[in-house]
Design a binder for this molecule. Sequence first.
Ligand code: GAL
Ligand code: MG
Length: 995
Amino acid sequence: MNAHTTNGPGAVDPLLALRPWEAPEVTSWGRLPMNAVDRRSGCLSLDGDWRFQLLPAPDAPVGGEWSSAHVPGAWTLQGTDDLPQYTNIRMPFAEFPPGSPATNPTGVYERSVDVPAEWAGRRIVLQVGAAESVLLVHVDGRPVGISKDSHLAAEFELTDLVRPGGRTLVRLTVVKWSDASHIEDQDQWWHGGITRSVLLYATDPLRLADVTVRARRDGQLRVDCQVRDARGALPEGWSVSGDLDGHPLTRDREFDRVNAEEERVSDFLGEARLRATVPEVRTWTAETPELYDLTVRLHRADGTVADTSRHRVGFRDVEIVGRDLLVNGERVFIRGVNRHDFHPLTGRTVSQDDMRADLVLLKRFGFNAIRTAHYPNDPALYELADELGFYVVDEADIESHDHAHEIADDPRYLGAFVDRVSRMVLRDKNHPSVIIWSLGNESDYGANHDAAAGWVRRHDPTRPVQYEGAAKRGWADPDLASDIACPMYAPLEDCVAHALSGEQTKPLIQCEYSHALGNSNGTLADHWAAIEATPGLQGGFIWEFWDHGILQRVNDGRPVGRGGAGLYDNGVTAPGHRWAYGGDFGETIHDGAFIADGIVFPDRTPKPVMYEHREIAAPVRIDCFRHEGVVLSNHQHFRGLDWLSAEWELSSADGRTLTARAELPDLRPGGTAAVPMPFELPESGGEAWLTLRVTTAEDLPWAPRGTEVCAPQVRLRAAERPLATAMATATDGAEAESFDAGSVEVDDDGLLSHPLLTVAPTLSLWRAPTDNDELGGAALRWRAWGLDSMVRKVVSVHRDGPGVTVLAEYAGAIAAVRHRQVFTPVEGGVRVEEWAELPDDLHDVARVGSVFETVPGLDLLEWFGQGPWESYPDRGAGAPVGHHSVPVDALFTPYLRPQESGGRHGVRRFTLSAPDATGLTVALDEPRQVCVTRYRAADLTAATHHDELVPRPGCVVHIDAAHRGLGTASCGPDTFPSYLVAPGVHRWSWTLRVL
Ligand code: GAL
Ligand code: MG
């Protein structure tokens, strides 16, 4: 065993002497150039447990005491005292760029490696997948190199430093804070460690140095190879060959000739071009991710193979024509999401299986695009995107948010900008999924960006470049380094106005929109209605995929780390655990729950907005219903409907559901056709809805046969008259005769007594503020108005024959609300007619409605209305109308910071029942917002984490005459005025019966 290398007293390590953690000019030292050659076969994985110690600073002496740390992984999640910290914009330390704090956790990783004896004579390379934020490499105590960029691999040549057949000591020193941290100030947890795999591989000295593939939609393939030899001069007679799905490529002699004529032929850099034309090529798109297998070989003079690289090739074109982004000549909609590399146990270390699960889920919910916010993601992600079909905006690891302005033009950072953007492009250029390069995020706009953009445009003229910081200086300005107008959180009306202005010159695709913090994503459907209706608008990327909750033990506040699988399910953590957000690890500088802003929970459980998105993205839709039939349309860009199968479903208000097999017509993209109405519409039965339940017809890489794809719906018949009247006539009989005075009891306080209610219905104007309510300012207003603590005072209780009229006043801080309830006995129950008058001062409240609580045991909710998933007036309100049945406990969505949750929009009637079918049923006068959970709004408001909530044994039931939309005001526009609760008089009524 080799002795551990330690810095003896007085020894000056040249890597440390450079103090590279405070030198932005030093982007690397000794690092090999980035390339796209595939090196996976025959490599030696160095993943696993390494000896580890955490120093307080990079120049602190390495001690004799070692613990161990897993590679890949963040040490912040592996039992050290350096814990994760979450900040959005603010840097976690006070030093100005390029400075770093004196206390600077530095991880020293060591392990010995047995270098295979058969690597004798070969060139040996160490690859470190990712380390944050500065990597220093030593081998057997000798300095090897330095690298920065926490999200790209670094390679170092070890050929002369190691002995094949011998044992070598590799030390990787990772400095957490550096000049680079100032340009890695993304909105996420700060970690430290080696977060992607480490490996060793060997090549022949004569090797492929890079391979660049260009494959166009007309079937033209061009493969450019660079060849080098570790010994310096290239040997005579080398050659390259290649084949595509087994068909040989031809060497481009014209390229050779021009190279020769222009005397560009070099004796140390070989260049060769291979070509092929694929007849009847199967083109690649996100809908049709057709891939061909390319093998490139480098031969020695005797024809033997010195090197091989394999690639999966997709034939496709990306171009901007006018103001449209075209893929294979078609203007495509970008149904995108921003995705971080994230896992609740391992932080930024994500396995290939996890990445596949992410993308499979996105496919199933209708997404077709990913922005790799805000850095190059794990390389495996791009292969999965090629295979499953996603358009990718590949973003460079540059975000200087806190000091954006100072850094954008700082020449000391110029090299870092160009280095980060160019290395991303060199790595990912062969992926058909990558359609746009992004220069980074939230770093203002300066000469450093233009320098990086210039490099990209020269190196890869086949893809557009985008950068939000440039685009915001002018969406149509041709001089800015963004080919796309890619704003974040732009108001929809501004986007539409721009598209209609006649001044639009660039595709308008929001790089971030519809912020998913907590119960959010209001107006998503309105956005898409406008996007689809407005030429010039092409979509955008929802912010974001993940809730970045880290699984934490509550008793000691520690992250659980790698061993925690199985300690969560369905978005909820096991007892004694919780999803940690900012501040939960004792950080003093943090940004709280702002990190929990994804469309999936930390365990990837979809949030309700996913289901709405699936419908918004539906590939097949019902346009309308006419006498001659149902008009269907194909909303895809490139394929027919043959990959889908479907079933018709007719739901009517009387409780009936009929189903029938559906034949999908043969429709080209954009085509429409009428198909015969599958059912005779029953003569009576009230409101009736026709749904097309669409599923996958065969097994796909992202969905087994029978996976739900969408459920478009059309109303066949409206409710004949207001529901309340209908209910009254259908079941009440003659009211006066059936009156049973004992069945309505209202006490002198005006409160209804009912055997199934533990708390009588009163007026509610309050909801547990959502993150949008809190951060957008509404909750502040509501508290100032006292809506969370209105004081009820009975004004009068008037008994008039069988009925009772109660007048009450709810006093808040600035105004009082008058509320009237009329209780009328009906057979088996009571009808409640309500009236509330909101003074003008209360011009935008959370809700106006009734709240009551039931006895325990009524654990199943069945309803007729929109569903089954959670919905609010401006989110999910287009969910199919039907008969739904969900256990009460499953109605609630456990948003990480408890808040209003569990609502259902458009409910016509509902039943709450016990297993023995006893319980209550409520018929509503009109489709209403109903919420049934185990929590009072006050319970939710008081809790900071889900694990603090104690479910009540009964149900808390809200019936709202009006409920405010959710909007996205935590970061972006609030809901539209049409979804606000207006002052003035609100009336609603409902009839409660015992089952
Ligand atoms: C954007 C930013 C994201 C994230 C988001 C808010 O401004 O680009 O990284 O911070 O806001 O969640
Ligand atoms: Mg930011």
